[in-house]
Design a protein around this ligand. Structure first.
Ligand code: SF4
Length: 341
């Protein structure tokens, strides 16, 4: 398994964004207010990251400006932010920069300038490929904007990421899978899945209170992300994140009003995918009363699942008690070896 690139995020919540999508409360999501970000706070963030034991040039560290609409910032602000990162790129401490932006903020923007300043990846908040869902979510852009920006960004040689949100107003399991199919056809380099949650102070909270919006349950959110993730990865598109990051302010009392929130959401999905993969290795129901599982070390947590839910599910399917899960790196990845006891 290759190690993931190390991404050091710098959040610029809502900056450059003239909209307020119905679910958005960037400051709550990122624990940071936009005004705080300047050259010296960026330097502090990067210096701190460099001192971390997880930091290593071999992990191809990247600086990421997230949470705002980077390509809609003023040129002076763009230069200020990129200028703060420049010295770190020159010294080889960071390899490149990634930014997030809106699909309607790419055409007619100075992409040459961005490309020449060390930005290699642009993540687009596409959220859905259904115009009805985008409109109801007050996104302020269309599917066509996403299609055009992906094409343009690729022309300029950027790596392109697409962020998607299952569970937006008007979305269903079926329309979301259509979104995923359309995204596969766009061939982005990566996708992130952020199931919609209801955050205090947003329009969505009001709609939820008025029963005009029904969020996904946790189970529905996990299932839809599981299916999307498998479909995307089977089509060669890596899913690099599933579920929102925990942040201090988001976790304060009552900030998350409803929706499929779980502090280990991505792990729940990955573990569910793994459970499905190993199904064919398990004995038929009734074949044994007890069994021991041998598993490659990196996959032991996925087999066990969150709070051993994976083991409980294996026991339910097979009717056999799992007495032990032990390391065996001779077992191929994606499989388990079963010792009947
Ligand atoms: S585009 Fe992004 S930052 Fe702007 S309102 Fe929507 S979610 Fe928030």
């Amino acid at each position: 398994m290759t190690e993931k690139p190390l991404i050091v995020p710098v959040f610029i919540p809502n900056q450059g964004c003239p909209y307020r999508c119905v679910y958005c409360h960037q400051e709550k999501i990122t624990s940071q207010s936009a005004e705080e970000v300047n050259a010296s706070t960026i330097a502090r963030t990067l210096d701190k990251a460099i001192c971390s034991y997880r930091f290593h040039p071999a992990r191809k560290p990247e600086v990421a400006f997230y949470g705002g609409t980077f390509t809609r910032l003023t040129t002076a602000r763009i230069k200020e932010l990129l200028g703060a990162v420049g010295p770190y790129l020159k010294k080889g401490l960071f390899q490149s920069i990634r930014i997030s932006t809106r699909p309607d903020a790419v055409v007619n923007k100075p992409l040459d300038l961005l490309k020449n300043s060390g930005i290699s990846t642009v993540e687009l908040g596409a959220q859905s490929m259904d115009d009805g869902v985008l409109e109801r979510s007050q996104r302020g852009h269309t599917v066509q904007d996403t299609v055009e920006s992906v094409g343009l960004l690729k022309e300029f040689g950027f790596r392109v990421g697409i962020q998607l949100m299952p569970g937006l107003p008007g979305d269903t399991q079926e329309t979301f899978m259509q979104t995923v199919e359309k995204v596969v056809n766009l061939r982005p380099h990566m996708v992130r899945l952020y199931p919609t949650i209801v955050i205090k102070g947003t329009a969505l909270e009001k709609w939820y209170g008025e029963k005009r919006y029904k969020p996904l349950t946790l189970e529905e959110g996990v299932k839809i992300c599981q299916e999307s993730c498998v479909y995307l990865e089977e089509n060669g598109i890596p899913v690099i994140r599933i579920g929102l990051m925990s942040s201090k302010t988001l976790l304060e009392d009552n900030q998350i009003v409803a929706g499929p929130w779980h502090n280990a959401f991505g792990f729940l999905v990955r573990s569910r995918i793994h459970q499905k993969r190993i199904e064919s290795c398990l004995p038929e129901r009734g074949l044994t009363a007890e069994m021991r599982l041998r598993v490659p070390i990196r996959e032991i947590p996925l087999v066990r699942g969150y709070k051993n839910q994976g083991l409980r599910s294996i026991e339910e399917k097979t009717g056999a008690k799992v007495t032990e899960v032990i390391r065996d790196d001779r077992v191929p990845s994606g499989e388990v070896a079963v010792d009947l006891l």
